[in-house]
Design a binder for this molecule. Structure first.
Ligand code: 2AM
Ligand code: CA
Ligand code: CA
Ligand code: CA
Length: 268
């Protein structure tokens, strides 16, 4: 697959950051870790990876703005473009020695998501997508799964973290979904969950209490792989509402209904 100049820039930044993450992962016990809130950690690895990505992208595309998990907002001078960067999605996995984490980089042009990249340096899996150009895992074109019945589906979710979100509401959602699907996974990286939906490994996924950098690249990937991504109100305000639901069109309605079904109509 020939890559565009834009995607080459993104790949180079992600690979460089990913090499640093892979090194740090091998010596995770030596990393300095600080606490942002209850159960919310950030390490030297997150910060170093973000600096690498910021430096690489700034050099290659001067003037573009940034929205980054650790560094926040950097206004661009070109007024058109914004990078949305999560240097390490799945920090909890990373710090526990679980090789399931990723670099996530997306690009917005005039407020529209136009490119997304997710890279897991522990498995060397590189997911890329550009609007209108399809989604890829390394060199392989991706397509979402085709299962239409929830009773054939494996779906992932995010469990709200300590001190975050409405745990009771989540348990209601989980109860309804687990009563209808083959199985539910909770893998701990929103970016990789969306990449797995794009790859057809997971049939669907939903999560609340997310930030734009958790999902921006994954949204491009799922859409370019032929899937749907919406907020939990069937709208397009994933960033504003901080929530996402994704899958293929055939099971879309059934999954959304299961997630949104109120507790009082529970039958199982
Ligand atoms: P992070 O690893 O970049 O922080 C998993 O459910 C998702 O939630 C991940 O994308 C993770 O991103 C994000 N997340 C948000 N708040 C978190 C917290 N307090 N602790 C761990 N992960 C959190
Ligand atoms: Ca974090
Ligand atoms: Ca994240
Ligand atoms: Ca992160």
């Amino acid at each position: 697959m020939p890559r565009s100049a834009l995607m080459n820039v993104m790949v180079q930044a992600a690979m460089k950051a990913g090499r640093g993450l892979a090194r740090d992962f091998g010596e995770v016990q030596n990393l300095q870790v600080s606490v942002k809130g209850p159960g919310d950690f950030v390490s030297q690895a997150d910060r170093r990876a973000e600096k690498t990505i910021f430096d690489e992208l700034s050099r290659a595309r001067p003037g573009y703005g940034f929205l980054m998990e650790e560094g926040g907002t950097v206004e661009g001078t070109d007024g058109q473009h914004r990078w949305i960067v999560d240097p390490l999605d799945g920090t909890t996995n990373f710090l526990h020695g679980i090789p399931h984490f990723a670099v996530s980089i997306a690009l917005e042009r005039q407020g529209q998501l136009v490119a997304g990249l997710i890279f897991n340096p522990a498995t060397d899996e590189l997911y890329t997508a550009e609007r209108g150009g399809g989604a890829y895992l390394n060199d392989r074109r991706l397509r979402v799964a085709n299962r239409g019945r929830l009773s054939d589906c494996v779906v992932a979710c995010g469990v709200p973290h300590l001190g975050r979100g409405n745990h009771g509401q989540f348990l209601v959602e989980l109860r309804h979904v687990m009563g209808e699907v083959v199985g539910v996974r909770r893998e701990g990286s929103a970016a990789l969950d969306l990449a797995y939906v794009a790859a057809g490994r997971l049939d669907g996924y939903w999560e609340r209490y997310l930030s734009p950098w958790d999902m921006a690249a994954g949204i491009v990937l799922v859409r370019e792989a032929g899937g749907f991504v919406t907020d939990l109100n069937d709208g397009d305000d994933m960033f504003g509402r901080g929530e996402v639901i994704a899958g293929n069109e055939r099971m879309r309605q059934a999954l959304a209904e299961a997630v949104r079904r109120p507790l009082k109509t529970a039958t199982h």
